[in-house]
Design a protein around this ligand. Structure first.
Ligand code: SF4
Length: 377
């Protein structure tokens, strides 16, 4: 298959998100120097209509857009921003051999001292270990390796050109030895063929054996061309899967699939993964890096509120309850003053004056703050 690079100057490299993506990767910023990916995994969500825009999705793995000014843009855009986590992913690919933009961007991150999170399917990341170690010394680095399962027959069917899974685990061990927080992003979990306890357990155990500390599980999403290609790959693996996939994604022959599997499915998988993580002494969420300082208490509390939304998802709680905690987490996370100062000055009534904090959540926050103060002294 041919490989072409399309160089261009981007006007903007850094996406500044309205909220951090708790309780997942905790990123406030994202930045990608390349568009398209040589690995061309069939299930890759970046093939979906909402990511590639007007570009021909069939060129996803043969034509790689290269933002040649990515490093300078990052340098120009990031100064003056709050030092929150920059989240990047799947940027180590053949284009990097030629352009070294990922490395250049890591140098900028090191220079400004921001914390960094990487989700990556390529062991090539280990060649930038020197920079990762330096960033980790200055602030923090977390890396999750994307691995759906350890089954070679599934890899051949769904991601034939992605780097070998053993090499990814090898890179994980190398980073762990260098003191970097590592784990597995078990995404996407392939329904019917990769979501049984044996497949999940195998990968969770391997994560533990390679120095990982957490495993985050996520289901397969279906969108446009990516959905069609994933279904074709599934049929190639086992023709009987078409029917199962169509039922799970409520996907009529002449229509579109639902974007994700039903909540009940996600909750079931999440609970199995939680149990297996406990068995192997791992976490099923990645702890948030929080820099010391006046607003540390807000960030820690927001982390707890975000984690509560995940627990409620697993319990299949009503949407309004989940949204109540999510919005409260946003409020606390984005407050410009210490929530502890507010509580000390005006008590629980002061908390209730904040937007999105009702009576029930104010009471939960009060208990949390009292515990926090107690543990600090
Ligand atoms: S390696 Fe990652 S970005 Fe590249 S095609 Fe596969 S899933 Fe997509």
């Amino acid at each position: 298959m041919s490989l072409e690079f399309q160089e261009y100057h981007t006007r903007k490299i850094l996406n500044v998100h309205k909220h951090v993506d708790g309780p997942w990767f905790w990123g406030k910023y994202t930045a990608y120097p390349y568009v398209g990916c040589r690995s061309g995994c069939e299930f890759c969500y970046c093939r979906g209509n909402r990511y590639l825009g007007r570009r021909d999705p069939e060129t996803f793995d043969s034509l790689i857009g290269v933002k040649v000014n990515a490093v300078e843009r990052l340098q120009g855009e990031i100064f003056g921003l709050e030092p929150e986590i920059i989240s990047v992913g799947d940027w180590q690919q053949p284009a990097e051999d030629k352009y070294k933009l990922s490395r250049g961007m890591l140098e900028v991150v090191l220079q400004i001292g921001f914390p960094l999170f990487i989700v990556e399917r390529s062991p090539l990341l280990a060649r930038d270990l020197d920079l990762l170690v330096e960033i980790n010394k200055k602030s923090w680095v977390g890396v999750l390796f994307s691995i759906s399962n350890l089954d070679p027959t599934l890899k051949r069917a769904f991601e034939p050109r992605s780097p070998g899974v053993k090499r990814r685990l090898g890179a994980m061990a190398k980073l762990a030895e260098a003191g970097i927080y590592v784990g597995t992003s078990m995404m996407p979990i392939l329904p019917f063929v990769g979501d049984d306890e044996r497949h999940l357990d195998e990968l969770i155990r391997a994560t533990k054996d390679h120095g990982g500390s957490c495993v985050l599980a996520g289901g397969l999403t279906m969108d446009g061309v990516q959905a069609e290609r994933t279904l074709e790959a599934a049929k190639g693996f086992d023709p009987a899967l078409e029917d199962h996939f169509r039922k799970l994604y409520r996907w009529p022959i002449d229509g579109k699939p639902q974007y994700g599997p039903p909540r009940v499915y996600n909750a079931r998988i999440g609970l199995v993964v939680r149990e297996l993580c406990e068995k192997h002494d791992l976490l099923d969420r990645m702890p948030r890096y929080v820099a010391p300082g006046l607003l540390e208490v807000n960030k820690r509390l927001a982390e707890g509120l975000f984690l509560k939304t995940y627990d409620l998802e697993l319990e299949q709680a009503k949407d309004f309850r989940i949204w109540a905690y999510r919005k409260a987490a946003w409020t606390v996370d984005e407050l410009g003053e210490s929530i502890l100062d507010i509580y000390n000055a005006r008590g629980e009534a002061g908390l209730q004056e904040l937007s999105n904090i009702g009576v029930g959540i104010a009471s939960a926050i009060t208990k949390w703050l009292e515990r926090y103060v107690h543990e600090k002294h």
